[in-house]
Design a protein around this ligand. Structure first.
Ligand code: C5P
Length: 424
């Protein structure tokens, strides 16, 4: 099989689907045997995978095989109490960053082209807001049939991606177009869907996590921060094609793949690490919850709890964000504002006081959003106005933020990439 461009693509791009949530839909086609390999390769690329199969697909490959390879029960039936109670099909549709139907039979393509929702997988395709990719697999005459061609054209018009089909010998003994692409090609194409290239060629410097300011050898002053938002921002910037350096305070998180991570403890160390790198960064994103004060003098031995009260002398830490924004030239500078009340007013004040290009504000202290949570509701504020994002997973919120930054960065620096400068 010859696929122009694809071989080069897989050769030169490291395929990464780190943190991506992929629903693999399997329909009734002899190529269903390749789905096992597709799931494996998706997981090798870092994706989290859930499988949904049509009844016909289960005639070709067992749900048990797909369960073992994906690590999760397979979704088969709209009325199956067990899988539906673990994760219902609407929840699954919402969970997915992308849906890949591979193989997609002629019948299944016809059904989703017409918006039918008569089984779990077609219902899921109808309910999903995330991108849909379809890998047709069928006899070449079925593929050539004008009915199939118009169904495929209809899906394309609605934004679905059609992967393949390839050409070659078919299970029926004939030769022609209709072969499902090989799993590694599907995985490479899927990874390509996430690469926006919006920050390609740029250096992005991100701070994340809390800082620890020593009181004595066993006690610290710190801020509540898990680092999840900053790590998600670093991962999203990397997906957008940037070279990313993450300066992180103490967290329990592993650095996102391909991101250079510098671990620090105190605000002063974070300041030093940032200042050593900032001159080569075109974008700086300060998500760290930097401690505003540190003890003037850390005790060298553990302070004993002998007195009823204890006084600590604190001194101000350097403001990393404001120092970066005050440089000439300054990178495109983005700050975070965690507020407990009056989010927008406080964030707008911070935008002016610190002279940054953009503030991402969020209301903390509410259940389900902010500290330690996996989801966040951000409000993006810059000189031109306010954009409210819905409650999203931190990774999705980070991707929206990165898109927002990219649009504004390229508008400010049109000479660098005239093509992207016009994007909204
Ligand atoms: O603490 P504050 O609300 O001012 O934090 C707002 C923004 O400033 C955040 O982006 C934070 O990372 C940054 N900041 C900083 N250095 C400090 C304090 C805050 O970079 N010392």
């Amino acid at each position: 099989m010859y696929l122009p461009g694809l071989a080069q693509y897989t050769l030169y791009h490291m395929v990464s689907l780190t943190n991506k949530r992929i629903v693999v839909g399997v329909t009734g086609s002899i190529a269903a045997y390749k789905s096992a390999e597709t799931v494996r390769r998706l997981r090798d690329a870092g994706a989290e995978v859930r499988v949904a199969m049509t009844r016909a697909a289960t005639e070709f490959i067992t749900p048990l095989t797909m369960q073992a390879l994906s690590g999760h029960p397979v979704h088969l039936n709209l009325l199956d109490a067990q899988t539906e109670s673990a994760m219902g099909h609407i929840e699954l549709a919402r969970w997915a960053d992308a849906v890949l139907v591979a193989p997609a039979s002629a019948d299944f393509i016809a059904r989703i082209a017409h918006g039918l929702a008569d089984d779990l997988l077609s219902t899921l395709c109808l309910a999903a807001r995330s991108p849909l990719a379809v890998a047709p697999a069928m006899n070449w005459q079925m593929w050539d049939n004008p009915a199939t061609q118009s169904n495929v054209a209809r899906l394309r018009e609605r934004g679905a991606r059609i992967f393949g089909p390839g050409s070659g010998s078919q299970a029926c003994g004939e030769t022609g177009p209709g072969r499902m692409l090989d799993p590694q090609d599907l995985v490479a194409l899927l990874a390509g869907m996430f690469e926006t290239g919006e920050l390609a060629g740029l250096n992005v410097l991100v701070t994340a996590g809390p800082t620890w300011e020593s009181i004595d050898p066993v006690r610290v002053i710190t801020n509540r921060s898990s680092g999840k938002m900053g790590y998600a921002v670093a991962a999203a910037a990397m997906e957008a094609g940037a070279r990313v350096v993450l300066v992180s305070g103490p967290t329990a998180l592993a650095a996102p793949e391909q991101v250079e991570c510098i671990r620090v403890m105190t605000a002063q160390e974070m300041f030093d690490a940032v200042m050593a790198r900032v001159d080569t960064a075109q974008v700086f994103i300060g998500t760290a919850a930097v401690a505003d004060y540190r003890p003037a003098q850390a005790a060298t031995t553990k302070i004993k709890k002998t007195s009823a009260t204890l006084q600590l002398d604190l001194v101000r830490n350097p403001d990393i964000l404001a120092s970066v924004a005050a440089r000439t030239p300054a990178p495109f500078t983005v700050g975070f504002a965690a507020e407990t009340v009056d989010v927008e007013r406080n964030a707008a004040a911070k935008l002016r006081a610190k002279r940054v290009d953009l503030i991402a504000a969020n209301l903390v202290g509410q259940a389900g959003s902010g500290f330690e949570a996996d989801e966040n509701r951000l409000v993006l504020i810059d000189a031109s106005g306010t954009t409210e994002l819905p409650l999203l997973s931190k990774l999705r919120a980070a991707r929206e933020l990165i898109h927002h930054i990219a649009v504004r960065y390229h508008a400010k620096n049109p000479a660098e990439n005239p093509r992207l400068a016009h994007r909204q």
